[in-house]
Design a binder for this molecule. Structure first.
Ligand SMILES: NS(=O)(=O)c1c(F)c(F)c(S(=O)(=O)CCO)c(N[C@H]2CCc3ccccc32)c1F
Ligand SMILES: [Zn+2]
Length: 263
């Protein structure tokens, strides 16, 4: 499978050797700081269609060795982007139990505890995500910054299954729920820029929407995320904890991030 990691000799500094786009342009994630932000009044709130998936449907949650990802229903899509984008999967990035600063995007140099990504592909132009993922208008990823606060029952609908996907390639079925509950209340306030996948193959194919307002999960939920999973298979004699699975922020020169809010 894909031989890359977040640590050691196959870590992010080595990614460009096998995945040239990782050393290229428009790379993500980035730091949002005031001198690259520009207000844009044309940035409308996104519209989510079909996000309220009935509990009779099921999502497949899988540990792929890099993250924990959940396949979404093809009836879920977003409007109010340049094209219609259909949901593909969601996954998370996080730190470790001693340093809960595992978000990919940062704000004024500050990490949040973790980050949820909902990956969509341009279903108006491409038949599936594999066709879309290396096209400049191929993908749209929504990013939700996570921070510590009260217990979050919506995130628990995913988190309570972590014990069944502890090891690489393990999977479990998750009853459908309203994925809109995972997003912050203020959908009208977000950062928007053109960037890339934050993992190999790092294609510069992503229209990023990072919501301004973080969502809160409890300390215990965060600890579960930081301690539940392994990158290795269940029978591996040298288990590797799945921690710190975030890419460092990338150089962002001569470019702007558009914001839908006046700070
Ligand atoms: N942070 S991110 O949003 O850039 C991002 C990831 F961080 C990440 F881990 C994955 S993955 O599929 O779990 C593993 C590596 O592809 C994807 N998966 C994408 C990339 C390629 C692909 C192909 C089919 C379905 C999903 C994806 C991803 F888009
Ligand atoms: Zn991601």
């Amino acid at each position: 499978g894909s031989k890359w990691s977040y640590i050691g000799p196959d870590g992010e500094k080595a990614w460009p050797k096998k995945y040239p786009f990782c050393g290229g342009v428009f790379q993500s994630p980035i730091d949002f700081h005031k001198d690259i932000l520009q207000y844009d009044s044309n940035l409308l709130p996104l519209e989510f269609i079909g996000y309220n998936v009935p509990s009779t449907d099921q999502f497949t949650l899988i540990n792929n060795g890099h993250s924990v990802k959940m396949y979404l229903s093809p009836t879920m899509y977003i409007r109010n982007l340049p094209f219609e984008y259909t949901a593909s999967q969601l996954h998370l990035h996080w730190g470790n139990r001693n340093k809960s600063e595992g978000s990919e995007h940062t704000v004024s140099g500050k990490h949040f505890a973790a980050e949820l990504h909902i990956v969509h592909y341009n279903s108006e132009k491409y038949p599936d995500i594999t066709a879309a993922m290396d096209k400049s208008d191929g993908l749209a990823v929504l990013a939700i910054l996570l921070e510590i606060g009260p217990f979050n029952p919506s995130y628990e609908k995913i988190f309570r299954h972590f014990r069944n996907v502890k090891y690489k390639d393990q999977m479990v079925q998750v009853p459908g729920f309203n994925v809109r509950e995972l997003l912050p209340d203020r959908l009208d306030e977000y950062y928007r820029y053109e960037g890339s996948l934050t993992t190999p193959p790092c294609y510069p194919s992503v229209l990023w929407t990072v919501f301004r307002h973080p969502v809160k999960i409890s300390q215990e939920q965060l600890l579960a995320l930081e301690t539940a999973m392994y990158c290795t298979e269940s029978d591996d004699p040298e288990p590797l904890e799945m921690v710190d699975n975030f890419r460092n922020v990338q150089e962002f020169h001569e470019r702007l991030v558009f914001i839908s809010f006046r700070e």
